[in-house]
Design a protein around this ligand. Structure first.
Ligand code: ATP
Ligand code: MG
Length: 314
């Protein structure tokens, strides 16, 4: 599929900060894709999205959207993108409808076209019956949905969604998910940032994992998970085992890799249940006590943990 967003070595250093917030980020989003940017607080997701939506000038690097250069043709870029910012960007005292009408006029919409688009956007996010209520009377999840509607008014080719589900209940989250999928089915390409790995796993065709301003992995969710090679068993030992013990573990049929470090075994295995039986049997035969046991299932959280040594979530 053809590329619609191309980021090339984007760097952003905020004035007065010692380190860049984004340190050379490159990726390509294909037309029609839901592309995820997954990373912890402060990773540089919002900074990246802000550069791609012409809100923030990169310190260096370049990018294009639908073939238009971010720096040289910002007006063309802005016409084709919708941004749903992380912080709710709505006027609390105005009604949902008036807020959307305001945004629509900013996008250059007028008259019946504007009214029709506002109604349609409200309908998409399920707020038609609350259209005339002030935003300040909305629940958190409803505000998020109204925020999402504001990004849809001008039928963007590419929609940037910056953590659209933070602070919403599971029902609103599912609703937002359905909206995102439906828009995508209608042909909208989506860049979706999140620090929830389940969201990235469920929703995205491909995911870039970002940490400390750098992309550290990029693949389909399944590809990232497969790169782990299986589940991981962590076993704590009271003392360093001898070489033959390590070899016995390494030689087990279900074991792919066994490493001894930091007073524990890190054992990558194929089928977790069979592997546990095999491993525990070796420990029993050698009369080796186990001081701790932890199993990590292969998921994006584990990928992140192995790449960075950190938890994705606090
Ligand atoms: N206006 C600013 N001035 C100075 N530093 C900033 C500014 N905005 C962000 N930063 C810093 O840049 C880094 C990246 O921030 P950014 O908001 O892009 O992260 P994020 O991945 O969106 O995090 P979160 O998940 O918390 O939204 C952080 O260290 C942050 O403190
Ligand atoms: Mg952010």
């Amino acid at each position: 599929m053809k590329p619609i967003v191309e980021a090339r070595e984007l760097v952003k250093q905020y004035p007065g900060t010692p380190e860049p917030a984004v340190r050379g980020v490159s990726f390509t989003i294909r037309q029609g894709e839901i592309f995820g940017l997954l990373g912890p607080n402060g990773a540089g997701k919002t900074t990246t999205i802000s550069m791609l939506s012409c809100l923030l000038e990169p310190t260096s690097g370049s990018a294009s959207v639908a073939g238009f250069d971010l720096l040289r043709q910002p007006a063309e870029v802005k016409k084709r993108i919708g941004l749903v910012p992380q912080d709710i960007a709505l006027y609390p005292t105005l009604s949902a409808r008036d807020n959307l009408a305001f945004f629509g006029r900013m996008y250059g919409l007028r008259g019946t076209d504007l009214r029709r688009r506002v109604d349609r956007a409200l309908e998409i996010v399920g707020l038609s019956d609350r259209a005339n209520d002030a935003i300040e009377e909305f629940s958190g999840g409803m505000k998020r949905r109204a925020n999402l509607a504001a990004g849809l008014l001008h039928k963007p080719e590419v929609l940037f969604l910056d953590e659209p589900t933070v602070g919403v209940d599971p029902q609103s989250r599912n609703f937002i998910f359905e909206n995102v999928r439906a828009l995508n089915r209608e042909g909208v390409t989506i860049l979706y940032t999140t620090h929830y790995m389940e969201e990235a796993e469920r929703l995205c065709d491909r995911v870039a994992i970002i940490d400390e301003g750098r992309i550290i992995a990029l693949d389909t969710p399944q590809g990232l998970i497969d790169s782990l090679g299986g589940s991981i068993i962590y076993l704590g030992l009271p003392a360093q085992p001898d070489g033959s013990f390590v070899e016995q573990i390494q030689g087990l049929p279900e074991v792919k890799r066994a490493l001894y470090k930091d007073d524990r075994f890190e054992i990558t295995v194929r089928r977790i249940q069979q592997a546990l039986v095999e491993v525990i049997a070796v420990f029993n035969r050698a009369d080796m006590p186990i001081t701790s046991l932890k199993i990590m299932e292969p998921n994006l959280e584990t990928v992140f943990l192995l790449l960075t040594g950190k938890q994705l979530r606090d």
